[in-house]
Design a protein around this ligand. Structure first.
Ligand code: FE
Ligand code: FE
Ligand code: ZN
Length: 282
């Protein structure tokens, strides 16, 4: 079963996201847990959360005719920086993420993905330490959510462009069963991992350094830039430097089977719907 969907807008609530996913032929999706720029989150509407759970747990034979759903992949605001050089910025990331994890429990058993952050000149090791400290502060043994570190393109002083950095963060996390990785095709390609010409090798390398059992979700994007450009500009599937064939091979790779695939391509509803059809047929 291919679990595929895209990043939905959460402004109209959970039920609306579930309904839009069904209309688009999606059987997973991503959403921002709050305004992507950070800031105060709306209170969770319990009935709305329940309505979404009902939609995604509907059987394939159910009235909706929906495909079975894979786990959802929530995304933390991308402006958070857990390893900023400013204590205020780090505290803000702490507050947002800790609050988000409480709110995620209304949709139990899903994923919460975040960008590890930029060390802004303090050095990779200092940054990794701050990220690990934050995770150990906010992750609780009783939570049902798995927190995912996203693989990054390594632009500027971004942490997470190398698998070694993710492995080091994971090593420092106390609740080992609550931490994983989300691999973004545009980001790993821009970081210098050749998923076009040598996907097997990239996955072997990931397995050796991080462990494939840590890989829980995939972001499926084409890239506007060449291999190792350290840029992070997403393109529509088949309109970038990675191309439809490499992305088709990626989502169908046996080692990645069953992982939720989230499109973060520059599209509106119709465009996403078409990409989902295209990738399901690949
Ligand atoms: Fe992201
Ligand atoms: Fe991504
Ligand atoms: Zn990106």
């Amino acid at each position: 079963m291919l679990y595929i969907g895209y990043h939905l807008s959460s402004v109209n609530g959970f039920r609306a996201m579930g309904e839009e996913a069904l209309k688009a032929g999606a059987n997973t999706f991503a959403f921002f847990t709050r305004n992507p720029r950070g800031g105060k989150a709306k209170d969770i509407d319990l009935d709305d959360a329940k309505a979404l759970i009902e939609i995604i747990s509907g059987s394939p034979e159910g009235a909706s005719g929906a495909l079975p759903f894979g786990p959802l992949v929530a995304h933390a605001p991308y402006t958070l920086n857990p390893c900023s050089d400013k204590a205020k910025v780090r505290e803000f990331a702490h507050m947002c993420m800790s609050d988000d994890l409480k709110r995620m429990e209304y949709l139990p058993g899903n994923y919460y993905n975040f960008h590890p952050g930029s060390h802004v000149g303090q050095g990779v090791q200092a940054g990794i330490e701050m990220i690990t400290d934050l995770l150990n502060d906010i992750i609780t043994p009783s939570q049902s959510t798995t927190v995912l570190l996203e693989t990054m393109s390594g632009k500027g002083s971004e942490i997470g462009g190398r698998f070694e950095e993710l492995a080091q963060i994971i090593d420092g996390v106390k609740c080992q069963d609550k931490i994983g990785v989300c691999m973004d095709t545009c980001h790993v390609h821009d970081a210098g991992y050749d998923i076009i010409g040598n996907l097997d090798h990239v996955l072997e390398e990931f397995d050796e350094i991080v462990g494939l059992d840590r890989l829980k979700a995939l972001h499926i994007n084409d890239s506007k830039n060449p291999l190792a450009s350290h840029k992070d500009r997403h393109a529509r599937i088949g309109e970038g430097t990675i191309g439809l064939d490499a992305i088709g091979r990626f989502i169908n790779h046996p080692k990645l089977a069953g992982l939720p695939c989230i499109l973060e391509t520059p599209n509106e509803f119709e465009g996403y719907k078409e990409e989902i059809v295209k990738l399901r047929m690949y």
